[in-house]
Design a protein around this ligand. Structure first.
Ligand SMILES: [Zn+2]
Length: 162
């Protein structure tokens, strides 16, 4: 166990008391747990898009995708595969979505990182109707690519294209 400072321990305890998913991970709130990974836990969503809709969460509290350490993300993705395969083989949906919401504008309502695994059926009532934009010109699109690539080069020194 890595020793943590008092303030880190206190912050972690605050998450456990105020965060519904930390409560589930700590065993202090009820959930239909279906799978446990090394640093991830899967349980049923209490308000499913369709029955069998599951959430795969990090055991530790991270607010969104970009906060996840690589090893935790890797374990979560492994658990996602286990859980999605089990849902397909048991519930037999026509299809399934895996998705993650980051920030209120994107529909995040619990600020503890989680992926959704949602069974889907034709005509099941879930509608995502994006108003797709069109770049004004190839130059405008190139400008967006350029500023994003610029941050990749800054943030990820191993991210050079081979
Ligand atoms: Zn939490």
């Amino acid at each position: 166990m890595i020793p943590v400072s008092y303030s880190e321990r206190e912050a972690s305890e605050n998450h456990v008391s105020s965060c519904p998913f930390c409560q589930i991970v700590a065993g202090r709130a009820r959930a239909e747990i279906i799978y446990e990974g090394i640093s991830s836990l899967a349980f049923l969503d209490i308000n499913p898009i369709n029955f069998g809709h599951a959430l795969v969460v990090s055991k530790d509290h991270y607010s969104d995708f970009n906060e996840l350490p690589d090893d935790v993300l890797s374990d979560i993705v492994s658990s996602l595969r286990v859980v999605s395969r089990a849902i397909i083989e048991s519930v037999h949906p026509a299809g399934f979505n895996i998705f993650n919401n980051n920030g209120p504008a994107a529909g995040q309502s619990v600020f503890h990182f989680h992926f959704h695994v949602a069974p889907r059926y034709d005509g099941d009532g879930l509608k995502i109707r994006p108003q797709l934009k069109v770049y004004e010109s190839p130059e405008q699109m190139a400008e967006y690519a350029s500023i994003i690539r610029g941050k990749i080069e800054v943030n990820d020194k191993s991210g050079e294209r081979k």
